[in-house]
Design a protein around this ligand. Structure first.
Ligand SMILES: Cc1cc2nc3c(=O)[nH]c(=O)nc-3n(C[C@H](O)[C@H](O)[C@H](O)COP(=O)(O)OP(=O)(O)OC[C@H]3O[C@@H](n4cnc5c(N)ncnc54)[C@H](O)[C@@H]3O)c2cc1C
Ligand code: SF4
Length: 491
């Protein structure tokens, strides 16, 4: 066990955020590193529970009490080994995961949970700084027995699957339609949450291990399904769930109304390279911005709009404001829906709850100048407008961040003889296999729009399934069955 009295004597601390007035002038990460001794004290708060609920709350089954103990004992290298034993990309999850492990931490029943995510990020960063993260190419014997595998899509699910299969000895090619690999890690999530050099550093490791990347290649079009199944012994589909939900109200076609991903992709392309950002194709500079959708994608738009110099930003949400504390129906250890203030919210803007957009209003040039909204209340699974609460809200840039309806039904799926279920997912069996022989599906494409930690867990598990299909047996871990959702964690 780490420090036997740490949970009694050490208060919880997480990383400091850079001051708001400094950080909104650039796109660099918001959080500052925590120093080593403080991280060791934070790890020392862990009680090494007999039944470690944190471990069960983590989709990857991260060995949290083990690496807390090792960090407290200052054995950071062993901690890094234990962390990488279950997680291919801890520098991403340590920054981006909503940390269901912390919601499930036993210490959280009566006080503040262990700062697990912080300890994870610090171990991952220390491992890179010290040169402990090295390429792990497969031994020649494994390579000789390997087969050819195509991974379609280079988000966290595809990258995790590719790394696992390459290390198992297979010749893996990742096909990516975008110009560079990374999926939503590169084109969705803003730099101020994850600087892209971290992604490039990890991709260099994958390449050195032997994973090949073909970017700017759309599977199903530039390379057909028949060519893929002819040239490869197995396929892993990891194309994400990227069809956005639209808003069918009058005026929805006006100029100045964009899907959040159009906006975030343009912003990420403008900041790519780490220098002074170029002017993005869609900019919030000087604009009155309204974001429709109160979730994390909306918060990413909010932080981006402030950094681009928006005149004002308002985020609208149809649901009522959630409670500040766990409601009785969501007790420990479930991941609760509560009112959260992300770094982007701390930077400004208004959040308006329980409203619905009824219409967009345009100017003479056909550009949005306002939207009409009405207050709503939930009733019988629907939302009812409250009469007399209609009002107009000025805006000249509207960003739609209302979630995603599922995967794209495209030529790739058609060519493989596959379709989507009623929730826009590619159906698979309990072993990640689709009904097309040798074709597996992982990540958002199989589960619906979700989280990075699930994508990595699914990528690892689908790799094990494909390895078993190709070799008859596997030593790769199956982390979770498809669709698993421990402790009510959002999928
Ligand atoms: C704006 C935004 C912010 C988010 N922030 C967070 C966060 O902070 N924390 C968190 O845990 N989760 C976050 N998420 C969710 C998380 O990013 C996703 O759950 C995760 O990226 C899913 O991984 P994936 O590999 O399944 O798919 P994706 O990351 O979507 O990657 C799919 C890839 O497949 C490629 N592709 C698709 N079709 C083809 C084809 N036919 N041929 C070739 N390539 C193809 C796409 O171009 C893409 O690169 C966020 C999501 C969004 C939209
Ligand atoms: S539940 Fe919390 S206190 Fe218990 S082992 Fe996990 S991190 Fe440590």
């Amino acid at each position: 066990m780490a420090d036997p009295t740490g949970f009694l004597t050490t208060p919880r601390r997480t990383a400091a955020r850079r001051p708001v007035d400094v950080r909104i002038r650039d796109f660099r990460e918001v959080y500052l590193p925590m120093d080593g001794p403080e991280t060791e004290r934070q790890a020392g708060r862990c009680m090494d529970c007999g039944i470690a609920f944190c471990h069960g709350g983590c989709p990857l089954g991260n060995l949290i009490p083990e690496w807390n103990d090792l960090v407290w004992r200052q054995d950071w290298q062993e901690a890094a080994d234990r962390l990488h034993a279950t997680n291919n990309f801890p520098e991403f999850t340590g920054r981006l995961c909503p940390a269901p492990c912390e919601s499930a931490c036993v210490l959280g029943i009566s006080g503040e949970p262990v700062a697990i995510k912080q300890v994870e990020a610090e171990i991952a960063d220390r491992a890179w700084q010290e040169g402990w993260v090295r390429p792990q190419p497969p031994p020649a014997r494994a390579r000789a027995a390997g087969r050819r595998v195509a991974v379609i899509g280079s988000g966290p699910a595809g990258l995790a699957a590719a790394q696992q299969l390459t290390r198992a000895g297979h010749a893996v090619t990742v096909f990516e339609q975008a110009g560079r690999p990374g999926g939503l890690l590169r084109y969705g999530i803003p730099e101020f949450k994850l600087e892209k050099w971290r992604l490039d550093r990890r991709l260099a490791q994958l390449r050195e291990e032997g994973t090949a990347f073909e970017c700017g290649v759309r599977a199903g079009a530039d390379v057909t399904a028949a060519e893929l199944t002819g040239q490869f012994d197995a396929l892993i589909l990891a194309c994400g769930a990227r069809v956005p939900r639209s808003l069918a109200v009058p005026g929805a076609g006006l100029a100045g109304i964009h899907q959040a991903m159009e906006y975030l992709t343009a912003a990420n392309l403008a900041t790519a390279g780490g220098g002074r950002p170029a002017e993005p194709a869609i900019s919030a500079r000087g604009r009155h911005v309204v974001i429709i959708g109160g979730g994390d994608t909306g918060a990413d738009c909010l932080g981006t709009a402030h950094r681009q110099g928006a005149a004002s930003v308002t985020q609208l949400e149809i649901l009522p404001r959630p409670p500040e504390r766990r409601p009785p129906g969501q007790p420990w250890p479930v991941y609760p829906v509560i009112y959260r203030v992300s770094a982007a919210h701390e930077e400004g803007g208004d959040r308006v709850y329980a409203v619905s957009t009824e219409e967009f209003v345009g100017d003479d040039a056909g550009r949005v100048r306002a939207l009409r909204l009405v207050e709503v209340e939930p009733s019988g699974g629907r939302f009812t407008a409250k009469p007399g609460t209609e009002r107009e809200l000025r805006c000249d840039l509207v960003l739609l961040a209302m979630g995603f309806t599922g995967a794209e039904e495209d030529d790739l799926l058609a060519g493989l003889g596959l379709g989507l279920d009623e929730r826009g997912r590619v159906p698979r069996d309990g072993g990640y296999a689709t009904r097309a022989p040798g074709v597996f599906v992982a990540g958002d494409m199989g589960r619906g729009q979700s989280l990075i930690v699930w994508a990595v867990a699914e990528g690892r598990s689908a790799a094990a399934a494909a390895d078993r299909y190709l070799a008859g047996l596997t030593s790769l871990p199956t982390v979770i069955p498809p669709g698993a959702a421990p402790f009510g964690l959002p999928r």
